[in-house]
Design a protein around this ligand. Structure first.
Ligand code: FES
Length: 162
C-alpha cells in the first residue's frame, strides 16, 4: 500500500524519480508499474505520459499494459479492499442484489473509495469459490454465501460508520 494521499505535484515527482530509476532496465515496464503502485498505492493517469516518454513508448501501449494486468489500480485505494464477485455463478445466487446493497451501504460505486478513505469497492470476476456463491473478498479473505445482512456484519468489522 502507498504512503497516503499526496499532492499532484508530489505524485508527479515520485513518478518521475521512479521512471528515471527504471527506464534503462530491460523489460522495465512491469517492474516500473509495480514500483509506482508500491509507492503511491495506484498508477495515476497522470503517470502514463511520463512513463511513455521515459520508456520511449506510446501512451496507448502504456495504457494497454496497465489495463491488461488487473493488479494495477488506477485510482487511489482505501485502507481495505472489498471485492464482489460478478461472474456467472455468483450472479445466479444474488450477487447483483448484493452489489446494489454494498454500493448503497458504502455510498460509493465500483472503483471508488469511501469518504473516510477506509474502503475501496471493486468488482472481481470469479474468486474460485463458485460452489459457495455469492462470494466476496475483503482484503486477503474470501467470504462465502454472503447475504446483505452478512455483508453489513463484515463491513461493520472494518470500522465503518453507516
Ligand atoms: S463465480 Fe463467483 S466465485 Fe466463481
Amino acid at each position: 500500500m502507498g504512503v497516503g494521499r499526496l499532492s499532484s505535484h508530489q505524485t508527479q515527482g515520485a513518478v518521475s524519480t521512479l521512471v528515471e530509476q527504471y527506464k534503462d532496465l530491460p523489460g522495465a515496464m512491469l517492474p516500473l508499474l509495480h514500483a509506482i503502485q508500491a509507492e503511491l498505492g495506484y498508477v495515476p493517469d497522470s503517470a502514463v505520459p511520463v512513463i511513455a516518454k521515459g520508456l520511449n513508448l506510446s501512451r496507448a501501449e502504456v495504457h494497454g499494459v496497465i489495463s491488461f494486468y488487473h493488479d494495477f489500480k488506477t485510482h487511489p485505494v482505501g485502507k481495505h479492499s472489498v471485492q464482489i464477485c460478478r461472474a456467472e455463478a455468483c450472479q445466479s445466487m444474488g450477487s447483483r442484489q448484493l452489489e446494489a446493497h454494498a454500493k448503497a451501504l458504502l455510498g460509493v460505486d465500483y472503483h471508488e473509495t469511501t469518504a473516510d478513505g477506509n474502503i475501496t469497492l471493486e468488482p472481481v470476476y470469479c474468486l474460485g469459490n463458485c460452489a459457495c456463491s455469492p462470494s466476496i473478498r475483503i482484503d486477503d479473505d474470501i467470504h462465502a454465501r454472503v447475504s446483505p445482512e452478512r455483508f453489513e456484519q463484515l463491513i461493520s468489522q472494518l470500522g465503518v460508520s453507516k
